[in-house]
Design a protein around this ligand. Structure first.
Ligand code: SF4
Length: 501
């Protein structure tokens, strides 16, 4: 058991507000917390880039260098530079067990300071206010006069034109009043958290919506492992709060739910399919969907990335930019598909090349099949708004799109192995037996991170080529999978009715 009260930095304080069990593990069983996954690490890396850019708004600032855990050194340095009355980056001060290092501490007037927290989000979130409350508490407790608290976040209305202009990219919001209303809770919270950390055993905390709010908890795998595969959280479009209520009441398996629980038609199909271990097939619904398809069929899938700091002109923060597509073309029912693909190379905007090649490849007639087609349509629409020479071409293909997600969202087909999901990743293996398992890249988030890494990062040519091949394989799987899904749906068709098979 700890005998001294440990420092609570802003991130630990926020963890403590989210869940006492998580906080306990962070101090007492750190080795049991899994390392950040690549996606989370990428978010942090992006945050660092955003932070560096924000500092340009405060020229002549002083960075408080120092090893993160050498509290004495960074506290001493921070105190030393206060008298310079210049913006300070990561200045460290403590009060009791509260420890703060604001992104920017900006001098105001003769002896006051403004705390500026830089966020890569596009709006102020409640969690940011708690973050600032802890910092203000620590700074004021250390004797600094804080006149203002601000959040500097990304302005999603910014559109890049030439060099990034930090003055336009960021939006500064004064949250002094909201932070003031939270200050009085900081002291009691810190005392409670110190008590939690000092406990011999972690506190029992039930799982709940807080496991992913405000941040995804790294202990989810540990705390959620008692849940069976088909638990109330997998019920299709079932309210999360209601699902957690059922779990807390001990209703863990959806196929055992009492009849008194009100379920929608689709949720009933899901539960019934599980109880009977049979697939639900509404042949009329499938027939209606397949009836819309006009050969030749063009199965199209985009991979995209979105960055907080736009990489190209005419792009907004986090706007999804397509960098790759796969296209399988089937000329007539039963014919072998032909494959075409595009994967951007080099640092230039990939959109014109995508528009140009697709214009040639998509032909004049035939359905363009995509899974969640509004995504592909939206990316094309946004691209032609900038590259106007392709507007005509786009208006000709816009109405040719058919969404393969529709029959699954309508539950015209539902297989218990989908576990309540209608995503392609759930439908493909359930319906066709094929899966992404053998691939190095298995989902879109990894695809965009890997693309950015090998296109803009420092990697060997061998590594770059290896990853590009993996990207090609992954994207091709998406469209090949769609071909397989449509063929399976065609096979399932029989004269009439809805059946469990
Ligand atoms: S998974 Fe949920 S209950 Fe478990 S530590 Fe994290 S937030 Fe707490």
């Amino acid at each position: 058991m700890r005998t001294t009260s440990p420092f609570l930095s802003k991130s630990k304080y926020l963890s403590g507000l989210q869940c006492h069990k998580l906080l306990w593990f962070q101090y007492n069983a750190k080795d049991q917390i899994p390392a950040f996954d690549a996606q989370t690490q990428a978010i942090f890396d992006q945050g660092n880039l955003v932070g560096e850019l924000a500092r340009k708004l405060y020229p002549n600032g002083i960075e408080i260098a120092g090893v993160a855990n050498d509290f004495g050194k960074i506290l001493g340095l921070s105190k030393e530079v206060l008298s310079h009355r210049r913006p300070l980056f990561e200045a460290a001060f403590k009060s009791g067990n509260a420890f703060a290092r604001a992104d920017i501490l900006n001098p105001v007037g003769r002896n006051e300071w403004e705390i500026v927290e830089v966020k890569s989000s596009t709006q102020v979130k409640e969690v940011n206010l708690h973050d600032l409350a802890l910092q203000r508490y620590a700074y004021e407790g250390a004797g600094l006069a804080i006149s203002r608290c601000c959040i500097l976040h990304i302005d999603n209305e910014y559109v890049r034109k030439g060099e990034i202009d930090p003055k336009k990219l960021f939006k500064k919001v004064d949250v002094t009043e909201q932070v003031a209303s939270l200050i009085k809770s900081v002291g009691p919270n810190l005392r409670t958290m110190a008590g939690v950390i000092a406990q011999k055993r972690y506190p029992e905390v039930e799982i709940g919506p807080h496991c992913s709010d405000p941040y995804g908890c790294p202990l989810t795998e540990l705390c959620w492992k008692f849940l069976p595969e088909d638990n109330p959280l997998t019920l299709y479009y079932f309210k999360k709060e209601k699902a957690f209520d059922l779990i807390h009441q001990g209703q863990l398996d959806i196929w055992k739910l009492p009849a008194s629980i009100e379920l929608s038609d689709k949720q009933q199909i899901q539960v019934e399919a599980l109880r009977t271990d049979k697939t639900y097939v509404d042949k009329n619904g499938i027939r209606e969907f397949l009836g819309q398809l006009e050969y030749p069929l063009y199965y199209l899938d985009f991979e995209t990335f979105g960055t907080a700091i736009p990489l190209y002109d005419d792009v907004s923060p986090y706007q999804q930019i397509p960098f790759q597509y796969s296209l399988h073309i089937v000329d007539a029912e039963g014919k072998k598909p032909k494959h075409e693909s595009f994967l951007a190379d080099g640092a230039k905007d990939p959109r014109p090349e995508i528009l140009r090649t697709l214009k040639n490849s998509l032909g004049q007639k035939g359905s363009i099949v995509a899974y969640n087609a509004s995504f592909e349509k939206d990316k094309l629409k946004k691209a032609v708004e900038v590259y106007e020479q392709y507007i005509d071409g786009y208006s000709k293909i816009e109405n040719r799109f058919v969404d393969l997600l529709v029959p699954f969202k309508a539950f015209s087909y539902y297989n218990p192995n989908q576990h309540g999901s209608t995503s392609m990743k759930a439908v493909l293996p359930a319906l066709t037996g094929k899966s992404y398992e053998g691939l190095e890249i298995k989902e879109g988030g990894t695809a965009s991170l890997e693309y950015l890494r090998v296109t803009f990062g420092k990697v060997t040519e061998k590594e770059r080529q290896k990853v590009r091949k993996q990207l090609e394989e992954y994207c091709a799987m998406d469209t090949e999978g769609m071909v397989d899904i449509v063929e399976e749906l065609q096979r399932l068709l029989a004269p009439i009715g809805a059946i469990l098979i």
